[in-house]
Design a protein around this ligand. Structure first.
Ligand code: NOJ
Length: 548
């Protein structure tokens, strides 16, 4: 056993949907506290909580109105301190979500700016229109529409790369940076032992803003700019970097391997690891999320392999994951969540958990939760889905066609409440939850999984193996069978030890050739197998072998 970064496993909790302790239909901190023994049993080290601060919840807490207070819907500061204390006593740390690229327009800074306070106006990107009266730049918000909104009745505009109630902060202003370092330090004192930095690679916009020529080039104007590294080094030095035990992860939008190496190489003193998302865009048609298309498996393999090899060779650290609160569930999206639900869930888990990096489990993954399959737009709550639906209608799709896209792509797919048991509201709450529970909860729920399921124990085993085997933590990564149309396979190597992992992503059996069969079975989803020259992989089969 050791305590290196690569030995850790993170569990992501979307607090709104994890467990409601007071019957208001909204998950809360006391609900998380109640379930700590469950998380301990799973064996995870760090609990990442999505934002829990005071917020109008237009973007589910990513629109923060007060960085230093808990939203009463989630509980009190006392609840947070108790949660951090009890988690620590059980050997788990709390990772908080820091949304430092923007604030809610309800934040005091923005309100003061609106009231005319020049000091706070300098906290945001507030600009005059162009001479011809058009918006300061032609940039688009990532949630649809222009990236500029009228700044009160001043005739000026403020920048919003996300929702119009999320105003981008101007990091060029040293006072802004100092405020944000203080926020991180405030939560360190309250007991946080990790931080996830929301869209942190877009904080380096230029002071002088110019029009873009196309979508791709537009992103390059504000993404991964060199100054982001300077800001992260300064943030590190002035806050979490003072404590070597703190674990950090940066969410990197449209990023590159080169930049993620720089963000995470220990000697750079920026972050512990990064999230990148290219592997979750392999079912976008021509790069457009809002058109359904089957996944491009060759592309999925290429991206995962490139990131594994690149980050390993560059000395960086990947956060490895399939799911989060912004993604439909991979089980529904990439595999078969019906007749092969159990096999698929284990195969996806093993693919990631035996890779190099730090695995993230998104709540519900450990029991094989699926997308809910909502049938009406009224069931969706996410602002991005609602905007996208309108946009699809404007593109000329019928209501039914637009719904079909939302059903597959909506972020609400992963945000439905955790299915704890087969009682009313799946045991999540005693009243109607803020977002409907998936209707398969009588079949798929924690109580049933713990009594007779095999996915949860599989996750326990993967976590245990990571802690036990240095090769999973530190071994180099080499892609195998790169041209195989169904199988993602790789070799990990540490000294003269080898770990082979084969994952069949399809419901057709297939065969792979093994030159050397001098391996012992380690773990698989169809039980014990022998390494043979012609190894048959059954539907969604995963097998790992360790050299003798
Ligand atoms: C990324 C978060 O994960 C997402 O949920 C949020 O909408 C955007 N950042 C904006 O904060």
């Amino acid at each position: 056993m050791n305590d290196s970064l690569f030995s850790k496993v993170v569990y992501q909790i979307y607090p709104k949907s994890f467990k409601d302790s007071n019957g208001d239909g909204f998950g809360d901190l006391s609900g998380i506290l109640e379930k700590l023994p469950y998380l301990k049993k799973l064996g995870v080290d760090i609990l990442w909580l999505n934002p829990i601060y005071v917020s109008p919840q237009n973007d589910n807490g990513y629109d923060i109105a007060d960085y230093r207070a808990i939203d009463p819907r989630f509980g009190t500061m006392g609840d947070f301190e108790e949660l951090a204390r009890q988690a620590k006593a059980m050997g788990m740390g709390i990772m908080l979500d820091m949304v430092l690229n923007h604030t809610s327009t309800e934040h005091e800074w923005f309100q003061k700016a609106l009231a005319g306070d020049k000091r706070y106006q300098a906290y945001y990107y507030i600009r005059d229109p162009k001479a011809d009266g058009s918006l300061p730049t032609n940039w688009q918000s990532k949630f649809g529409g222009p990236a500029w909104q009228p700044f009160g009745d001043t005739g000026k505009y403020y920048m919003n790369l996300y929702d119009k109630t999320q105003a981008d902060l101007d990091w060029h202003n040293p006072e802004v940076r100092k405020e944000l370092y203080d926020v991180v330090n405030f939560w360190r004192e309250k007991g946080a032992s990790g931080f996830r930095f929301d869209v942190i690679n877009v904080i380096g916009k230029d002071e002088l803003l110019v029009d873009s020529v196309n979508d791709q080039q537009e992103k390059s104007l504000y993404t991964d700019t060199p100054i982001v590294h300077d800001y992260l080094q300064e943030l590190n030095q002035n806050s979490f970097g003072q404590d070597p035990n703190i674990v950090t992860v940066g969410e990197m939008s449209s990023t590159t391997i080169e930049n993620c190496i720089l963000y995470t190489r220990p000697d750079r003193h920026e972050l512990s690891m990064t999230f990148s998302f290219h592997h979750l865009k392999v079912d976008y048609k021509d790069g457009d999320k809002w058109q359904n298309q089957a996944m491009d498996f060759a592309e999925l393999k290429r991206i995962l392999n490139d990131w594994q090899v690149g980050m390993d060779q560059g000395g960086g650290c990947n956060a490895v994951f399939w799911n989060n609160h912004d993604q439909p569930r991979a089980l529904t999206r990439f595999t078969n969540d019906g007749s092969y639900r159990v096999e698929s869930a284990k195969m996806l888990a093993q693919t990631i958990h035996m890779m190099k990096g730090v695995p993230y489990i998104y709540m519900g993954e450990e029991i094989g939760m699926t997308d809910p399959g909502f049938t009406s737009m009224d069931q969706y709550k996410d602002i991005e889905s609602i905007n996208a639906y309108q946009m699809l209608l404007e593109r000329g799709l019928s209501e039914a066609e637009a719904l079909e896209v939302i059903q597959v792509k909506s972020r609400d797919n992963s945000r439905t409440p955790i299915q704890w048991n087969d009682q009313a509201y799946a045991g999540f709450s005693t009243s109607q939850p803020w977002l409907e529970v998936a209707s398969n909860y009588p079949e798929i729920n924690v109580e049933k999984e713990l009594a007779q399921g095999t996915i949860f124990p599989y996750y326990q085993e993967l976590i245990r193996l990571r802690k036990e085997l240095p090769i999973i933590q530190e071994g180099s990564y080499q892609p195998l069978l790169v041209d195989h149309p169904q199988v993602l396979a790789y070799k990990r190597q540490l000294g003269d030890q080898e770990l082979l992992v084969f994952n069949n992503f399809y419901d057709q059996a297939t065969t792979v050739s093994l030159e050397n069969t001098n391996y012992n079975y380690l773990l698989g989803n169809y039980g014990e197998r022998e390494a043979s020259n012609q190894l048959e992989l059954r539907p969604y089969e995963t097998i790992a072998f360790l050299s003798r």
